[in-house]
Design a protein around this ligand. Structure first.
Ligand SMILES: [Zn+2]
Length: 247
């Protein structure tokens, strides 16, 4: 039985493990070297564990975590922003150590960092495609944004990790699949959230619809950018030595 202590941050009496007002866990004894080490390890690893556990839960039951956040619940599952931040960090690591393509796409706009440009370019299209495809389902904009941020970040992380593993183990790595795997998984899981039913045919129909709208939007916009300045957008150009070896 724990006695009541006074929270040292907000001076609220605390009966359980955590202060009900500010969330601090009150200390019951002064810090010892061992507890310092345990705490340090727990912080380093729990950060990773919570985001990766969240990604796993998003894959198993996407609607649960996405609806939970949309309904305003905070603090238990990592927020969409936190998962997105991990995606950005992984993109930066990938660019530094593997190659400058993201999901197999080379995207070069002078003066813009690739990992930011990737999201700045695709995220509006993904959102528009989701909004347009699910008009009959009357889902609010915030739910589209929450779902896409969670799912796009999660699948970006998963597909990039698998791709980089394949690049590291195989010399004859087949390029070009990663983005389409990412897009396919994203639209199917987004449909699982938005359709809100276990009707398999509806999920397939809405997945295809989202992908189609997305591709049309990208082709239109990419076409406009390309016509204005063909050098500014390069997608999947083979490396020069590969071209030479074919001749
Ligand atoms: Zn407190």
């Amino acid at each position: 039985m724990q006695e009541t202590v006074i929270c040292s941050v907000c001076e609220t009496p605390v009966t359980g493990n955590y202060c009900s007002n500010c969330g601090q866990k009150p200390g019951r004894s002064v810090t010892k070297l061992w507890s310092m080490l345990v705490d340090w390890m727990a912080n380093v690893f729990s950060l990773e564990r919570s985001v990766f556990a969240c990604i796993l839960k998003l894959i198993l039951d996407p609607a649960k975590i996405i609806n939970n956040y949309w309904l305003g619940n905070r603090g238990y599952y990592p927020s969409p922003g936190k998962v997105f931040f991990y995606g950005l960090a992984l993109a930066a690591l990938h660019i530094a150590y593997i190659n400058t393509e993201l999901l197999g796409l080379t995207m070069e706009f002078t003066g813009v960092q690739t990992q930011l440009f990737f999201w700045a370019f695709f995220f509006p299209f993904l959102t528009l495609a989701s909004l347009a495809a699910f008009i009959p389902k009357k889902q609010p904009l915030t739910k589209h944004l929450i779902s896409l941020t969670y799912l796009a970040s999660s699948f970006f992380i998963i597909v990039t990790l698998i791709q980089d593993f394949l690049i590291l183990i195989s010399k004859d790595y087949l390029e070009g699949w990663a983005f389409f795997v990412f897009l396919g998984l994203l639209v199917i899981w987004n449909a699982r959230v938005m359709v809100d039913s276990r009707k398999f045919s509806q999920i397939i129909l809405y997945s295809a619809l989202q992908a189609l709208i997305f591709i049309i939007l990208v082709i239109i916009c990419g076409g406009i950018v390309y016509l204005k300045n063909p050098e500014s957008l390069k997608i999947n150009t083979p490396p020069e030595d590969a071209v030479e070896s074919v001749e």
